[in-house]
Every structure is written in structure tokens, then in C-alpha cells.
Design a protein around this ligand. Sequence first.
Ligand code: IMP
Ligand code: MG
Length: 182
Amino acid sequence: MQDDLERILFHETAILSRLDQLAAEISHEYRGGELTVIAVLSGSLMFMADLLRRIPLPLKLDFVSVASYYGDAQTSGEIVFKQTALPDVKDRHILILDDILDSGHTLATIREKLEMAGPRSIRICVLLSKKKPRARPVDADYVGFEIEDEFVVGYGLDFMEKYRNLPFIGVLRKDLIAQSNR
Ligand code: IMP
Ligand code: MG
């Protein structure tokens, strides 16, 4: 799998030490309150597991599962919820966790949908944020790393469902993306 990468961006140690900082920030801001974390499956799985183990607060954990990328590296803009029942968010402080903020379609849609169910507050935490204009106005309150507009895989992030189990994050070779578009 490693041969499919152009270069490594973040080794596991760099990711984990950044998570120490993010977790400290989140723990400080939500201290004394109740917190409901909603993780976006499947990309946020590794990030969620490593981040939440660093947050020593009582919290409730729930999930949403959406499909936005139909196999390739282009976002369609259409977000499909794969479950019928949404998590219970009414009167709760919600922290949405996702792997990456790209066009913004996914997080804008999830945020809007949860907002309709009357939460007390909603914040967004992403491991990665691409430096690019968003198609939908959405900002993350907590960001692990800002990256250039390149397609990355590993540590939960996939390309056609592959590479999620790489323990680090790297840039996928462009010829592999081009090949799959043919
Ligand atoms: P957005 O809706 O364009 O912001 O895209 C968000 C979703 O697209 C993320 O949750 C990822 O699943 C996927 N995605 C966007 N960029 C990348 C990438 O560089 N690598 C892997 N998945 C990505
Ligand atoms: Mg995803």
C-alpha cells in the first residue's frame, strides 16, 4: 500500500501528539458540562478512537453514516444518510467529528440536519482541513492539520474503500486517481 503514496504527510507520532493538544483544548472548553460526540462514519474512526481516549470527560458517543463520494476522488455534492434514525441531539452540546473538511458539502449538510433537531450548541472538529474555497459555508472549530488541496489517504481516510488501515497519512499518487477515472 505504501508504494501507492507520493509522500507521507503525517506520521503516527505527529498525529498523536497533535491529538494530545486538540484533546486538551476540547476538554478545557467542555469541562463541567455534558458533551455528545457525533462521529461521521467511516472516515473518522481512527481519529475518533485516538482523540476520545484523550478526553477525560463524561460523554455520550453517537454516529452518523453518510455517503458522498461515489468511488472516485470527486465529491458529487449530494449527501445520502445511510441510516433512517438520527442521533438524539435535543438540548445537548454536540461535537461533530469528521476526518476531513474538503468542499464542505458533507459537514454543512450534517450540521443543518442536526440543527433542526434543537441541540443546545454544535461545534465541528476535523482532523484535516484542505486550504481551498468551500462549496458550502462551513467552518471547523477544531482542526488537527491544515493541508494543501491534495487527495490524502490513511488513518481512516480511503480511496475507493482502500488505505483506511494505514497508520499514517499520505498523499495518494495522482496516476492511481487518474487510472480509476478512465
Ligand atoms: P466534502 O463534503 O467535500 O467536504 O468531503 C468530505 C468527505 O469527503 C470526507 O468525509 C471524506 O470522506 C471525503 N474526502 C474529501 N477529501 C478527501 C481526501 O483527500 N481523501 C479521502 N477522503 C476525502
Ligand atoms: Mg468520509
